[in-house]
Design a protein around this ligand. Structure first.
Ligand SMILES: *Cc1c(COP(=O)(O)O)cnc(C)c1O
Length: 364
């Protein structure tokens, strides 16, 4: 069997009985929607991240959408994010007819550059949405300080960073609202779509809980225009099993990353984890000059790779209407032309990793 880019099979097989038991328990209860496993999960997530509230929802994209809906974001509003991210970060802004305003990233850890943030803020700015890319938080203190001066809420897109730390605090607990994803390949993944919002504000939490359930608190009494944004009970049951293994998996992710660092840091630009930060290595992404040649060589050795992300959002056809042009965000453009993600998972076999490293040494 060829090595997978992310090994989703091994963790399932390792604890198959426990996963099947958790699923069967939901099937027996017939509480497919809003079953008791949802509450168990939410309590565990809030405890893990040290926030007052955790709210499970249908996906990371919906978590971002719900956070903007809870802040009443709509037409005329501007939301600041980076162009070097997955489309969902900006997609939800456009979906609400608000305007994504891009700010370039830092060259060292690829997160929103606080030094470029201030001049992007206008009277129309209603939220700032930094992205914790590849599993590492942005410079949240600097971003929060700028936001606080203008009373602008901050939403962390932490879809890739569940478990990461910033100055000893957990990602998703650092801003007004933290949004994460449980897409199968994320650091904490379920077996379908899922996500969560983490926050401390009681009023926002109450509103988000209503918004994700058609704007209702009690059945058929609708206070807001909401969505169907609930997490399936089966996915919550699976996540409750996965959470028990999570600490151990994070440790293994870091061990895999350390082995890559050691072997590759002299040959290419390896991920930089900045002071006061930890990474959960949602991706292990290197930068190489002649990327096509490197990919071709690795593919010939049956080593899978991925590019996160090949086209920055301001150059995506879907965002042409915003009027940005090539050259507007030089760091994002440069990084997207060089970045290359290598196989990464807590279950990456040592011999597979050795083969990846040996093949890279041949070509770099
Ligand atoms: C995966 C991801 C999302 C979307 O999460 P889904 O659960 O797939 O909807 C949003 N932002 C970033 C940065 C992501 O990596």
């Amino acid at each position: 069997m060829n090595m997978p880019f992310i090994d989703l099979k091994t963790p399932y097989l390792n604890d198959k009985d426990e996963f099947l038991k958790a699923i069967e328990s939901v099937l027996n209860s017939t509480e497919f929607i809003m079953g008791k496993e949802i509450g168990v999960l939410e309590n565990a997530l809030a405890k893990y991240c040290d926030t007052k509230h955790a709210i499970a929802c249908s996906s990371g994209t919906d978590a971002l959408l719900l956070s903007l809906m809870a802040l009443d974001i709509g037409p005329e509003d501007e939301i600041i994010t980076t162009p070097f991210t997955f489309i969902a970060s900006a997609e939800v802004i456009s979906f609400l007819k608000a305007k994504p305003v891009f700010v370039d990233i830092k060259e060292d850890d690829y997160t929103l550059d606080p030094n470029k943030l201030k001049r992007a803020i206008t009277p129309k700015t209603k939220a700032i949405m930094p992205v914790s890319l590849y599993g590492q938080c942005p410079d949240m203190d600097e971003i929060n300080e700028i936001a606080k001066k203008k009373s602008i809420p901050v939403i962390e897109d932490g879809a890739q960073s569940f478990g990461a730390e910033y100055k000893g605090k957990k990602s998703l607990s650092l801003s007004t609202i933290g949004c994460t994803s449980f897409f199968p390949s994320k650091p904490l993944g379920c077996y379908g779509d899922g996500g969560a919002l983490l926050l401390n504000d009681d009023n926002l939490a109450k509103k988000i809980k209503m918004l994700l359930n058609h704007g209702q608190e009690s059945r058929y009494k609708h206070e807001y225009i909401g969505i169907n944004g609930r997490l399936d009970t089966i996915q919550a049951a699976i996540l409750n099993v996965k959470l028990k293994r999570f600490k151990k998996e994070l440790k293994k992710r870091n061990e895999v990353a350390k082995r890559y660092d050691k072997a590759l840091s002299a040959l290419c630009i390896t991920p930089k984890v900045n002071e006061h930060k930890t990474s959960v290595y949602a991706q292990y992404s290197i930068r190489v000059k002649d990327r096509d040649r490197v990919i071709k060589h690795l593919n010939e050795k049956k080593i899978p790779t991925a590019i996160h992300y090949p086209i920055p959002l301001h150059l995506q056809p879907a965002f042409f209407y915003l009027g940005y042009k090539k050259g507007d965000f030089p760091v994002s453009e440069q990084i997207s032309s060089e970045i290359l993600s290598l196989p990464m998972s807590p279950y990456l076999k040592k011999e597979d990793q050795e083969q990846i490293i040996a093949s890279l040494k041949e070509v770099l």
